[in-house]
Design a protein around this ligand. Sequence first.
Ligand SMILES: Cc1ncc(COP(=O)(O)O)c(C=O)c1O
Length: 451
Amino acid sequence: MIETARTKAWSVLAQASERSHVLYGWQSQRFGPLGRIDGARGVELFESGGRAVLDFCAGQVNVNVGYGHPHVLAALRKQMESFCYVAPNLASESRERLAEMVVEAAPGSELSWVFFSNSGSEAVENAMKIAWAFTGRRKLYAAWTSYHGATPGASAMSGDPRRLFVEPGLPGIRHFHAPTGWRCPFAPDDPEESARLCLSTFEDQALRDGPETIAAVFLEPIAGTSGLYKWPASFVRGLRAFCDKHGILLVFDETMSGWGRSGTWFACEHYDVLPDIMVTAKGITSGYVPLGATLITDRIRGAFVSRPFVAGLTTEGHALACAAGIANLEVYRNEGLIEHSRELGVLLKEHLAHLKERHASVGDVRSEGLFGCIELTADREARSPLAGFRNSERDVAGQIVQRLWAAGLFLIAKWDFIFIAPPLVIARDDLERGLEMIDQVLDFTDAVIHS
Ligand SMILES: Cc1ncc(COP(=O)(O)O)c(C=O)c1O
């Protein structure tokens, strides 16, 4: 099945990759890369030979301002001319300015200190260390439906199957059920009841575990690659209240959901709940240069005034990354990208509902702003998975990605999920064009369930 769906170009690339010395993340190495890119502009990738492919997942849900943005390129050139890097204990204008802008954009008024790292995973690792050091406690809680990164600590925090590569993981990490709507094990058809039951199950678990031993609860305000779930507000507010009552820190991981992706600056704005620590990366620089950020409150920073801070990196606050970050945040504001994400999000929601009506293999559709997901099913009534989390033999997601690539669309599909998260600069026509291609590939998944 896999071989028949593969294009000729794909197998040529796979063979070439055998000689390229490059290892590709998260995939069996025999598959090699999907394509070879010579250029990129706006929402399009250009293959060698000139074919344009529409990027429907903004790289890895990070290239929010699109490729080759002149404002970002100019800022990078300017920074390069003065210096690219200085040691982390030396101050520089770009790091100070970006910290100021990030604090200004961050939710609420308490997150006023920023530690810059190089990725979302590092930002999560640093949040874990800060939580341990600040509270003097070791246990950390995260949702089963979560992904927090690829480094050993962040992987162990992740609930999705990528955690299995580091099992048994770190001692003291616990996972809890969050209200996943259509997929909720408790009350799939009643979001409020699902939130109530998940919260009381979490509370029961944490109380048995000794809340005075728990340092922090980590949550993606909208879960990303583990299935795109927006939680009922009552659940997030309940977690906040429990943390407050027991001196536990609440950490929001806005690596993917931040920077306008869900139609607000940060996804936690949907609930009116503020964290003690916020982690972010991706859209902070749109991938022009890698950058992660861990934001903490004044209260937490206070613990490190007279004793050493627990994190440090050779390239913390890299000048080029900070210059890219400043320019990105300017683009968000100058081009009204947060509003654009919210507005086009209405169109995306309508189209997704239509796809669900048309295709029997679509179990559920979820979206907020330009952050969308189609969940496939073998049987909508029974809510049974199509490929599920482990079914690599069927590799339905792999075939979807390859078929769409051949048709001119790049996106992320894994397990039973097809993700839609284009650059926030996407035009309405391009959004509709990409959704039409997805409509066609769903004929293939419909055929799979009928075969
Ligand atoms: C919510 C979340 N946290 C952390 C990470 C890890 O970020 P990175 O891949 O930059 O290390 C990701 C990556 O997708 C993510 O979605």
